[in-house]
Every structure is written in C-alpha cells, then in structure tokens.
Design a protein around this ligand. Structure first.
Ligand code: BGC
Length: 756
C-alpha cells in the first residue's frame, strides 16, 4: 500500500466517515467504509496468547481456543531475545489463523513495586531488559504481517484506581525508568500501534497527553503507527484527538463521532488534525489487508514451543546439596492442588482459552512413583487436616514436591496485592512439610516476587516456575529431572521484606495521586543504592553446571561520545552438563553531576555451552549506555570521565570489571529562560522552529526595528538584549506582556505537560 492510496482514500471520505473511523465500530473492530471497499480490522488481546472473541460485537465473551504461552513475567526470565522472536512468529501465525489483524500486546510497564497486581503481564523492573525483549517479540509478530500494540503508555504501574490515578513523576525518572523501555521497543520494533494507559501522568490523562503521544512518541522516537486508547481510557474525544490519540476503544460511541463532526463544522477542531489521524489509521488498515488470513493453529508444535519457553523461564532459586535434579528413582509425595489443576496464567483481559493444558501430576507420574495429596486447596485459612495429610505423605516418600501457586484472588489485573505473602495456609504447609522431610522442593507459580522468609532456610530446593502457560507442567518436569538445565534469571529483585521495596512509602499513593518518590531508584537500582540486603537479586538464577568468566576486553578503553564500545568476555562451562549462561553487562558511573545508581544493566546475552566449552560473548554499548537524562537541559547526557564496565552473572555477582574513559562528553544545550538574550535564542539547537517567527516578528520590515531604520545589522545590534527587553522595544504587550510571551515560548520548548 502506498501513501498515494492513503491520500486517495482520505480524499474520498466524508467528514462523518472520517470521524467514525476514529472510534471502534465494535469492542474489537474498527469501522468499515463499504462504499469505498475499506474493510475493518480486528484486534484481540494478548499478550501471551490470542484471545479472539467469538463474537467481536460484545466486550466480554467466549474466545476461540489458542495456545496459552508463558506470561510476560516468565518471558522476561528467559533473557532470550531470539526466543522472543520465535514466540512472536508463533503468535503471528495464530493471529492469522484466528483472523486477527492486531494483537494487543506486549505490555512492558516497569515493575515499580512487586505489589502491582498485573506484574505477571509485565516484563521487568529494568527498562533495558523489558525494551530489548519486547522489541524482538514485536518484530516476530510483525514479521508475519500482524500488528502489535505496545502497552500501556505510560507510567501505568499499579492497578489501584488505575483509571483515575495521577502518577506524579519527575522528568528524569520518567525518561530513564518509565519511558526507556517504550523507546527501545518503538525504535527497534516499530509496533503498528501503541496503546495509551488509563492513568494520568503529572496532571494529564495519558489519553490527552500531547507530550507523551506526540512530542515524545512521534517526534522524538519516530513512531509511525497509530495510538489506540486502552479500553475506556478516553474521557473526551476532542482533547484526545488533538493530543494524538487516533483510535478510541471500545466502540461504538455515536456521541463521540457526533462531537468530532460538530467540532470540525464549527471550527473548534482543525480538520487537518482529524485528517492526520485518519491517515495513520488508513495506513495500518490497508497494511493489515495485505496479510492473508486463515489456516489453523498448529496445536502440537505451538504447545511444544510453549513448553520450551516455559523451561527457559524457570529460575532455580535454591538447590542445597544438589538435591536437584532428581534421578527418577525417588518416590515422590506431590502436594498441592496446583499439581492437579495447574495455575498457569493470570486473571483479566489477558486470559486465554488454552488449546490443551498439561497438569504436573500427570507428567510426574510418568517419571516416578507418586503419592498425591491435596495439601493446599488455594484457600487462605490454615487447614490442619490438609497439613497433617501432607506431612505424612512427605514422610513416607523419598522427596516431597510442593506445588504452591498464588491464588487468583491475590494476584490479577484489576487490583493490587496487599503484601508479598503466600496464603497463611501455604506458609504453614511448607513449614510443616519441610520439617518432616529434609528433601523438600517448592515449585512456585506466581507473577511477581513473594515473601519466602518464613520458610526459605528450611527448604533445600526452590523452583520459580512463574505462570508458565498451558505447557508449563512439562517444563517444570524437565527441570526437576534434569532434561533441561535451568537457565532462567530473575528479571526482578525478590526483596527480603515489603518495607525494603524502594516504592514502599508511596505505593499505591493516596486516593488519586501517587508520588514516585523513589525516583530513578527502582528495583535493584534502589536496593543497591540503599545498601539493602535482598532475598534474591536481579539477574540471579542457578544452573546444574558452573560458568567461569575470563578475558574481559573492550574495543577501545578510551572513546568519545559519538562512538560505540564493544565489550567481549570469554565464558566457559566448567561443569559436567550442557547449560546456558546469561551474561550481563552493567555500567557504573563513579563520578557524576547527578546522582546515579550503583549499576545499571545495559546489555545482555544468553549463551549455550557444552561441558568444557568456551565462547566469546561480544556486546555493544552505545552512547546511551553511559548517559543520564538531565532535566535541566531536557536531554540525555554522557559526562566525560571514567566509567566502570561490570560483567557478571547477576547484579550481585560481578565477575569482571574494567574502567573505560569517555574523553569528551555530550555537548550541553544551553537552558533558555526569561533572561536569555536574543542571541541565546538564535544559538539554541532546538529553538529553530521558534526562532524564525521570532525573527519575522522582531526584525521584519513591517516594524521599526528593521535594518533600514537603524542603518546597521539588526541581528548583531540586538544580539545581547534579553528577548523580553527586545520584545518590549518592539511594542509587544497588547495581548500578552513580553515576559508572558517568552514564557509561552519556553513552555513550547520544555513543556512535559499534557496539553498543547
Ligand atoms: C486492559 C488492556 C486490554 C484491554 C482490552 C484493558 O482493560 O488494560 O491491557 O488490552 O482492556 O481487553
């Protein structure tokens, strides 16, 4: 499809048709214009499987079966970009089979607090990890001619009052923590659509946030697709349209269409704004038509992929005395309802109807002699009868495997968790079983960190399986029995205590305001800066083998700001089993004008190694890897000086380090203010668009300040005058004072606010 086609169509659409296109026809479809042969497109949740509504005219209804893959929390724990691409391709194929044009995902909001009920649907507390993985996922889906919707843009980090809460976040934190992941995903993945969040950011609804939807997303990052609202995020169609929100969902909304038509007719809305939105919609709608739909889901091979991904995501948290892997000769007490009825995905809009589901118990029985007891019924109250049964089963077997899943009433879209605890019953059960059976293994199903302090010392082996999708049971068996050597790594810190979490005092805010008081010190950035011990650090995970790091080198120990740096390290598998290591590269800036975290993840790679094998892993660091966002200058800044490159196996296990020197830093743009001179304004690199009308205004022939009147070069003559003074000389002041006028210009240059 060409832009000519889009223009031709745009020219033929009536005002009413254009207004109608900006709002869904149904909860899951856009408007079709039959007279012009323009079809609708169908969108579907997402993200970890296709939840294609059987009846797209109703908001909540039955969906077609599709593969339920592991949730994003698990995907992130794979730290595997290529696997994300593969998953994306499979999701794209399923969309084709189910006649879906755009999959509503991935969701990459930062896990600011482990309490966020929707953390299972998000990737990480780290923006680089979230951004890089989701970019590959987007590329995979879109390689099949299916669109994605990167969500929820932006600063949607809690479920409590998610429609009404205002996230109050400073500019530096906004850019470094909450926007960076989106930036990476947009620049690398170029998603067909971005979904705006429900909440407000610094006083303005995301759906009306010009700074986010237009200035940042389109102008700074070059986003080319359309922005869709989260379902129900639009309060008022006109400001949202002006801010850059293209498609309101869900539809229909006849009064919304009427408002747009009336506003254009009365002149309240510039038709050019509407046309730009319609252009963006048409571009994607026409692009979607090029992808043939049909075929069927390859249930078996996609189930196998789901199992492979789930296995890569398993994080082995503890394995004292090498209790794992099991040999298969042990008799097993399998305890917990989740062994029989697996808890494999989260609640809410992402809920997929699986094509089939594996249960751990069934698969366990294929490997060992198993005695199953219910043990945990997923209810809160301590049930002593269940515990007594579990204890005697555990005693009678060689090992006890406890299947512990955080119940849906605790963790789901729509509400946040109150604490990090398992249910009182689960805690009591684990303690009792571990006391009776020294060879106890806890297998966890949850979407975010849980408190393990009451029992972790008594339990020798802990397997974090997350919400692993429909094939998760097989993945857990593969790890328990050593068919797969675990290689998942935590994409979020597991704290010792809720009160240690950096956002503790501010989460989830009061009524409709939540202050991001911890600033950039989110996750490991915060725990490390505060010197707080944690249960398991970011990037951590055990293996059945060991890896050695050696020979760290950088392409150039001295570099200048425009250059990239290649970091290479040799990794050797020194154990007896094949395995995978996640090599993590962090950067530390020891001396800086602004306070910086002790370390920040900047690059990573997963590498497979046979026993005894050594491989060189090379990763590239671009200038951004050394930069912070300086709110004074509204720009990314890398300061000249020394940086430490830290290479390791987790944020707390740095194996090698090297100092590099940045010889010249980012040139700082001068900060303009009301006292800035005319010359300052002319010299500013980003005020170009503002300067021309100013020149015309101040030095144009129609006024007294032109060169003919003065007999000299007016620009040079006035260069050192404050702009306010110059405007005063020129007679500015009838509608706004010179100072107000300059303040308006500054607002245009630096505003991070929602409204134009
Ligand atoms: C969720 C989105 C989802 C949409 C459509 C909203 O409530 O926040 O993530 O895509 O519903 O189901």
């Amino acid at each position: 499809m060409s832009s000519n086609q889009v223009q031709a169509l745009l020219g033929q659409l009536t005002l009413e048709e254009k207004a109608a296109l900006c709002i869904g026809a149904t909860p899951w479809q856009t408007v079709a214009v039959e007279r012009l042969g323009l079809p609708h497109i169908t969108v579907s949740d997402g993200p970890h499987g296709v939840r294609r509504a059987i009846d797209p005219t109703s908001l909540i209804n039955e969906s077609h079966p599709a593969t339920c893959y592991p949730v994003a929390a698990a995907l992130a724990a794979t730290w595997d970009k290529e696997l994300m691409f593969e998953l994306g391709q499979a999701l794209g194929d399923e969309c084709r089979a189910l006649d879906v044009d755009v999959l509503l995902g991935p969701g990459i909001n930062i896990k600011r607090s482990p309490l966020c009920g929707r953390n299972f649907e998000y990737f990480s507390e780290d923006p680089v990890l979230a951004g890089e993985l989701s970019a590959r996922l987007i590329q995979g889906v879109q390689s099949k001619g299916i669109g994605t919707s990167l969500k929820h843009f932006a600063v949607n980090n809690q479920e409590t009052r998610r429609f009404t809460v205002d996230a109050v976040v400073d500019e530096r934190t906004l850019h470094e923590i909450y926007l960076t992941g989106f930036e990476i995903a947009v620049k690398q993945g170029q998603p067909w659509t971005v979904m705006c969040a429900y909440n407000s950011v610094n006083g303005y609804l995301c759906s009306e946030h010009t700074y986010l939807l237009t200035d940042i997303l389109r102008e700074r990052w070059g986003f080319e697709g359309f922005v869709v609202s989260d379902w129900g995020a639009v309060r008022d169609r006109l400001p949202s349209l002006r801010a850059g929100l293209d498609l309101q969902m869900p539809g229909p909304s006849p009064h919304g269409v009427r408002d747009v038509v009336e506003a254009v007719t009365s002149g309240a809305l510039d038709e050019a704004v509407l046309n730009r939105t319609v252009e963006r919609l048409l571009t994607i709608i026409l692009r979607a038509q090029q992808t043939p739909k049909g075929g069927s889901i390859n249930i078996e091979s996609h189930h196998a992929l789901a199992r492979r991904i789930a296995a890569e995501a398993v994080v082995l948290l503890k394995n004292e005395g090498d209790l794992l892997p099991l040999t298969g000769d042990e008799t097993v007490a399998a305890i917990g309802k989740a062994a029989l009825t697996p808890v494999f995905q989260g609640g809410g809009s992402s809920h997929v109807k699986p094509t089939r589901v594996d249960a751990p118990l069934e698969l366990l029985k294929e490997r060992a002699e198993v005695h199953f007891v219910e043990g945990d019924n997923l209810k809160s109250d301590v049930n002593h009868t269940l515990i007594t049964e579990a204890v005697s089963a555990a005693r009678a077997a060689d090992v006890a495997v406890l299947f512990i899943a955080l119940p849906a009433q605790i963790e789901s879209e729509g509400y946040d968790r109150r604490d990090l605890n398992l249910t009182p019953h689960q805690t009591a059960l684990i303690q009792a079983v571990a006391a009776a059976q020294p060879r106890t293994i806890v297998v966890l199903n949850n979407g975010s960190a849980v408190n393990m302090r009451p029992w972790i010392d008594a339990v020798p082996a802990v397997v974090e399986a997350w919400l692993p999708g429909q094939a998760g049971a097989g993945a857990v068996m593969d790890v328990l029995y050593g068919v797969v050597n675990p290689s998942g790594r935590l994409a979020e810190t597991f704290p010792l205590d809720l009160s240690d979490t950096p956002a503790y005092l501010n989460f989830p805010g009061e009524k409709d305001s939540v202050r991001y008081g911890e600033g950039i010190f989110v996750g490991y950035r915060g725990y490390e800066a505060l010197d707080r011990a944690v249960l398991f650090p970011f990037g951590y995970g055990l293996s059945y083998t060991r890896f050695d790091y050696s020979h760290l080198r950088v392409s150039q120990p001295s570099f200048s700001v425009g250059e990239t740096l290649t970091v290479s390290v040799d990794v050797t598998n020194t154990g007896a089993r094949a395995g995978k290591e996640v090599v993590q590269v962090y950067v530390h800036d020891p001396v800086s004008r602004l306070r910086r975290p002790p370390k920040e993840l900047k690059a990573f790679a997963k590498v497979a190694l046979e026993p005894g094998e050594t491989r060189t892993v090379s990763l590239t660091l671009d200038p951004r890897a050394f930069s912070y966002y300086d709110p004074t200058y509204s720009q990314w800044v890398a300061e000249a000086g020394e940086f430490e490159i830290l290479v390791g196996s987790s944020s707390a296990d740095i194996r090698l380090r090297q100092t590099v020197t940045l010889t010249s830093g980012t040139p700082l743009e001068p900060r303009l203010d009301v006292n800035s001179t005319f010359g300052d304004w002319l010299a500013h690199p980003r005020s170009a668009a503002l300067v021309q009308p100013l020149r015309d205004l101040l030095l144009g022939n129609q006024n007294s300040l032109d060169s003919e009147t003065l007999g000299s070069d007016t620009t040079a003559f006035f260069i050192d005058l404050p702009l306010t003074t110059l405007l005063g000389f020129q007679g500015q002041g009838s509608e706004t004072t010179p100072k107000q006028f300059v303040e308006q210009l500054l607002e245009q240059l630096y505003s991070t606010k929602g409204q134009p």
